[in-house]
Each structure stands twice: as C-alpha cells, then as structure tokens.
Ligand binder design. Structure first.
Ligand SMILES: O=C(O)c1ccccc1NCC(=O)[C@H](O)[C@H](O)COP(=O)(O)O
Length: 218
C-alpha cells in the first residue's frame, strides 16, 4: 500500500489543488492564530469546499475550548480534528464524543519517556501524530521543521493508526519511512519556500519520495 501523506497548513486553493493532484490523503487547516500557516475559519471553509472528494480535511487546534471548536465545526466541513496542544486523554475523549469526528492526537517526542505517551493516547484517540517535541522557546507547538531521533520509535507497534511528523522533507522522508515503518507521514515546513508558503514542486517531490520503494538488496 502507498504511504499516506498529510500536508499541514495549506492556505490557498492553488496549493490544495496541487496537493490533491499529487495524491495527498489529508490536508490540514491550521487554526492556531500564532502560526504562519493560520487559516481563518471563513478561509478554511472556502478551501474545504474546494477540496476534492476523497481528500480528508483535518482541522488543527491547540488547547481549543468548546466555543472555538463549536465555531470551527459549524463553519468548516471538517472530516477530522487534530489536537496539537497539551490536551489530556480525558479532553481527547470529550472532543471525540462532542463532535462525532475522528480525533488525531499529536505527541511530541524527544526522549524514550515521551514515547510512552503514545500508548496512553492510543487508548482514546483515533489516530496519533508522532512529532518532534517543540523547543521550549518556540511559540509553535508544531511546524518547527525539527526531526526527532527515529530510533526512539523504531519499528514499534501501536494499536492505532499513526503518522510520522517532524522535520520531514523530500530528501529525508524515504529514509524515515524505511527506518520507522510508518505508513503515514505528515509535513508542514518541509514543503515550503518560505514560512507558510507551500511550494507545489516540493509537495509533489515529497509525495513521490514518501512512496518510493527501497532498492532491493543485492
Ligand atoms: O505548523 C504549524 O505552524 C503548527 C502550529 C501549531 C501547532 C501545530 C503546527 N503544525 C502541526 C503539524 O501537523 C506539522 O505538520 C507537524 O508539526 C510537522 O511540522 P514540520 O516539522 O514543519 O514538518
């Protein structure tokens, strides 16, 4: 099966079209207003309505309260919600039940101890996004273009579908897939020409590289 790709933080109809034509599985709309990838709900609604059928539309929030999530889910036809803050397992379960949408929980990894969170959140989330832990001084909990040590999750098995994220680019995604066995990968800054500006050529190169089969050993 081809590796599934999520591209996070799309903000224009042109890049949605290019991503869909290149074969993306998920597109992410970023509702964290400090992000260079922020999409206001009305913009995200227009983009979502323009997204081809078959591409899943993911709404990304950071520690969002019910008022924000009510507004987002009323405005934007989302298929999934990505929780990318410090949401507890209880909050993940609450969001899932309240909105009736599958929830992706992001887990930041820097140490083997962090990787244990994957088992905990695997009990309540529909999918997990295994990302690099944000540096302490970063205003962004994700989208920092940093990779973590993939050995920390090397060929681990988790009971829920998961995506590898963090510093993935067209250059390193093939190796990342090979090393971790990830069947799904996610990128934001790795396919941009400037912060928040997605580059169609880089998106195409990323998707091709993510799906490249390793050369057989001779
Ligand atoms: O991308 C952002 O600006 C962002 C801001 C706040 C929370 C999460 C954010 N991104 C979440 C993603 O799913 C990214 O794709 C993931 O963190 C990987 O980012 P990158 O290392 O830039 O590929």
């Amino acid at each position: 099966m081809d590796t599934k790709v999520k591209i996070c933080g799309l903000t224009t109809p042109e890049t949605i079209k290019a991503a869909a034509e290149a074969g993306v599985t998920y597109v992410g709309f970023n509702f964290f207003d400090k992000s260079p990838r922020y999409a206001a709900p009305e913009l995200a609604r227009a983009l979502a309505l323009d997204t081809p059928v078959g591409v899943a539309k993911v709404g990304l929030v950071v520690n969002a309260d019910d008022a924000l999530l009510d507004h987002l889910t009323d405005t934007v036809p989302l298929d999934m919600i990505q929780l990318h803050g410090k949401e507890t397992p209880e909050r993940v379960a609450e969001v899932r039940a309240r909105y009736g949408l599958p929830v992706i929980k992001a887990i930041g990894i820097a140490t083997a101890e962090d990787a244990k969170q994957i088992d905990i959140y695997g009990q309540v989330a529909d999918q997990l996004l295994v990302d690099a832990k944000a540096p302490k001084d970063s205003v962004l909990p994700g989208g920092n273009g940093l990779a973590f040590d993939w050995q920390l999750i090397n060929r681990k098995f988790w009971p829920k579908p998961w995506m590898l994220a963090g510093g993935l680019t067209p250059e390193n995604v093939g190796l990342a897939v090979q090393m971790t066995g990830a069947r799904q990968v996610d990128t934001a800054s790795g396919v941009e020409s400037a912060p928040g500006v997605k580059d169609p050529d880089l998106m195409r190169a990323f998707i091709t590289a993510a799906r490249q089969k390793p050369a057989p050993k001779l």
